[in-house]
Design a protein around this ligand. Structure first.
Ligand SMILES: [Zn+2]
Ligand SMILES: [Zn+2]
Length: 379
């Protein structure tokens, strides 16, 4: 409990500070810390800029926010910068589009979204991840074109440029952007109608992209020092088969909590397969009244501490790899600003460890890291 609070409420006192932070002001006595593990910005299909999202999360009492845009981490630096103003911790994240093909050959392919959570220095082997995400984004243009072709055959002609304008500068178009274009063109009354009539999975205007398999995404997330979590499994036709196959590939957890509470069937599945039970609002800032707000999921402290128990060793290892590859690239660390300010490797470790970006606050953790870094940096 204390470790969760210390992690979440950096720079604050702890228990008392975290109490009663819930925006709804429910007056509950038990200490809670609002952690939001699933939210989108305008860098994918959300409506708020990363900075505005952070601001809104802060207003809602969020202490830790994972930015999980679709197939891009472009908003993370802005979110981290904005978070400095309001002492929110940002988890660099991404929601990766994939497809699951049943391993037994029976059943149908279905889209799956894998959330990836990284440590404060981001992914290791970040170029590999960037290339991977880049090719998924390219595939989204092809997919948008396909959806427009289908809509045209349904007598709803629209231009790709219009969809891209709605998506915004440099943002790969997605289904939501197509839906917005349909509303603007007057083909449907609202987004809900666009989805329920045409764009739902397998719907008449739905197109599956050239997405990678769920397993390959999970393996990539593991390889790049992240935690892989299956997003909204309640939307799957065959959650058991998906969870079983992804677990075999290294999946760490599944979403089980929503704004309306815990889903017991999925919670049981998580227990069966030894997976973390997590969740988030999946906030997009759509102009819909019933959209759960950022920070509205009541993630129990136990779930957060389970998440940290699994995440921290993975993130620590990634941090080590990132720093090691940095030192490899600049022999003698000459290129490093930090190193120029320090006289020894040990000092360099200290600078790295106590840098606000890294966010290591636990003394014993620092000790472990110091020993590990000393091996790398000084050898
Ligand atoms: Zn999703
Ligand atoms: Zn999402």
């Amino acid at each position: 409990m204390r470790s969760v609070l210390r992690w979440a409420c950096r720079g604050e006192a702890g228990d008392e500070e975290a109490e009663g932070q819930h925006p709804a002001g429910t007056g509950r006595r038990r200490p809670r810390v609002t952690v939001e593990l699933h939210a989108h910005s305008a860098c994918s299909d959300g409506s708020l800029s990363p900075a505005a999202l952070v601001q809104r999360a802060h207003q809602n009492g969020v202490k830790v926010l994972a930015l999980t845009d679709h197939d891009t981490m472009a908003g993370v630096p802005e979110a981290i910068e904005a978070a400095k103003q309001c002492s929110i911790r940002i988890i660099p994240g991404v929601e990766i589009s994939a497809v699951h093909s049943p391993s037994d050959g029976i059943g149908v392919d279905e889209p799956v979204h894998i959330l990836a959570y990284y440590g404060s220095l981001g992914p290791e082997k970040s170029q590999e991840l960037d290339r991977f995400l880049g090719s998924i984004r390219d595939g989204r243009y092809t997919r948008a074109k396909e959806m427009l072709l289908k809509l045209r055959s349904l007598d709803m002609p629209m231009k790709l440029e219009d969809v891209c304008t709605i998506a915004g500068d440099g943002v790969a178009p997605g289904r939501l952007h197509v839906a917005r274009a349909m509303v603007e063109a007057g083909y449907v009354e609202n987004l809900r109608q666009a989805f329920s009539r045409y764009l739902y999975d397998g719907g008449p205007a739905y197109a599956i992209g050239s997405e990678p398999t769920g397993e390959s995404v999970v393996r990539l997330v593991c390889r790049t020092g992240g935690l892989a979590v299956l997003a909204h499994p309640w939307a799957l036709k065959n959650p058991v088969a998906v969870i079983k196959d992804l677990k075999a590939a290294g999946l760490h957890g599944i979403e089980v909590y929503r704004s309306d509470g815990k889903l017991s069937g999925l919670s049981d599945l998580a227990d069966t397969y030894g997976l973390l039970k997590l969740g988030g609002s999946d906030y997009h800032g759509r102009d819909e009244k019933d959209e759960p707000d950022v920070g509205s999921v009541d993630l129990p402290v136990l779930a957060v501490s389970g998440f940290l128990d699994v995440a921290q060793p993975i993130w620590r290892n990634a941090t080590k790899e990132i720093l090691a590859s940095k030192t490899e690239r600049s022999p003698g660390l000459n290129g490093s600003k930090e190193f120029q300010l320090t006289s020894s490797g040990k000092d360099f470790c200290n600078v790295c460890l106590f840098s606000p970006d890294l966010g290591v606050t636990d003394a014993s953790e620092v000790e472990v890291l110091e020993t590990e870094f000393a091996d790398i940096v000084l050898s």
